[in-house]
Design a protein around this ligand. Structure first.
Ligand SMILES: Nc1nc2c(ncn2[C@@H]2O[C@H](COP(=O)(O)OP(=O)(O)OP(=O)(O)O)[C@@H](O)[C@H]2O)c(=O)[nH]1
Ligand SMILES: [Mg+2]
Length: 330
């Protein structure tokens, strides 16, 4: 976070953290955005704030969205280090992919529109759990009305493109344009400036599925020509179990987080489960993640890891790195 933010900004941020209602949070986020000096050094923060405003607005407007008349909610509570949705045309291989990367057992069938409801599963990348959510397909003729809002509330997306289909490029482009109609844009790289608050960008990786299919190599070339460098593309085959390790790693990377382990003074490191934080996070961010009250009571921390000597005492604004071990002192 840039150090030279005006004190009014910090005050607004403090109020934002204490805000209890969504409207109040939106108001404070807008105030923070207004107070933020607009230059290259704050571009990331500007973009983060806009995303937060957009999310909060969705929350406000969509309090009842995703709930069908029958009262069934399609919302999937976030779990693990992040929620990644599986998006694609009918029959693209989304459910088969969920089955290959997690212990979930969704229905897989050789005809379109098999999946009718969201289906979550937990994928492990090393010691980090990442939540994947399989979704019904999107086609020019039909999409479940609640699907875009579920995509908008995810942290990232895997766009599955079917290498066994001659029309793979058109079908995949139709998924993108269908979502664009709902102000939901799947992008390989998040833009720095987004003037339109209602437009949501979701960081996306393209998965070229069924690489084992006849003619798949030629279609992969077509896909690369069409969608690269717009999206990173990872070819896989669930049938042959190919490309899946690469995909696990890239899916984790898509979340833009890193791992930190904590320890209690005088005790060994807790390696059972890391905390995951957005890249660029500090000691203070970790403290907040562990417990709200820690933010106030934290005095200093000791860190073992990158850019420090073993057990170095650091301040609250010290930036953490993947694999760091942190001992918080209150
Ligand atoms: N050859 C081959 N076939 C696959 C592979 N992955 C999935 N399939 C087949 O593709 C068909 C569709 O798979 P699903 O996973 O049900 O596709 P989906 O995208 O979930 O389909 P909808 O739920 O209708 O959107 C099934 O017959 C799968 O067996 C693969 O890696 N190779
Ligand atoms: Mg399916």
């Amino acid at each position: 976070m840039p150090a030279n933010l005006p004190p009014q900004y910090s005050k607004a941020e403090e109020e934002y953290r204490k805000a209890t209602g969504v409207s109040e949070r939106i108001e404070k986020l807008r105030e923070m955005f207004r107070l933020l000096p607009k230059h290259k050094g704050t571009e990331k923060l500007q973009s983060d704030l806009k995303q937060k405003i957009s999310r909060a607005k969705d929350e406000l407007e969509g309090a009842g969205a995703g709930v069908k008349k029958t009262g069934v909610s399609h919302k999937v509570p976030h779990d693990g280090a992040g929620q990644v949705v599986l998006v694609g045309a009918p029959n693209a291989g989304k459910s088969a992919l969920l089955g290959a990367l997690t212990h979930a057992k969704p229905e897989v069938a050789p005809y379109p529109f098999t999946t009718r409801a969201p289906y979550p599963g937990i994928m492990l990348w090393e010691d980090v759990p990442v939540q994947l959510v399989d979704l019904p397909p999107i086609s020019p003729d039909f999409r479940e009305p609640w699907v875009p809002s579920l995509i908008r509330s995810a942290d990232a997306a895997l766009l599955v493109a079917d290498l066994s289909s001659d029309d793979v490029a058109d079908e995949t482009e139709a998924v993108l344009s269908g979502l664009a109609e709902t102000h939901t844009e799947l992008v390989g790289t998040l833009p720095f400036d987004n003037e339109d608050e209602s437009l949501r960008h979701i960081k996306t990786l393209m998965v070229a599925s069924k690489r084992d299919a006849e003619g798949a190599d030629d279609r992969l070339e077509v896909i690369r020509e069409w969608f690269s460098p717009r999206f990173p593309i990872i070819p896989i085959s669930v049938e042959l179990q190919e490309g899946l390790d690469d995909l696990r790693r890239s899916t984790y990377d898509l979340l833009g987080v890193f791992r930190v382990y904590t320890k209690v003074p005088g005790k060994p490191v807790d390696r059972t489960r890391p905390f995951t934080l957005p890249i660029g996070s500090t000691i203070l961010d970790l403290a907040r993640e562990i417990h709200r009250d820690l933010e106030q009571s934290l005095k200093f921390a000791k860190v073992w890891g990158t850019g420090v000597f073993e057990g170095q005492t650091v301040k609250r604004d010290h930036e953490l790195h993947d694999g760091d071990v942190v001992e918080l002192h209150v």
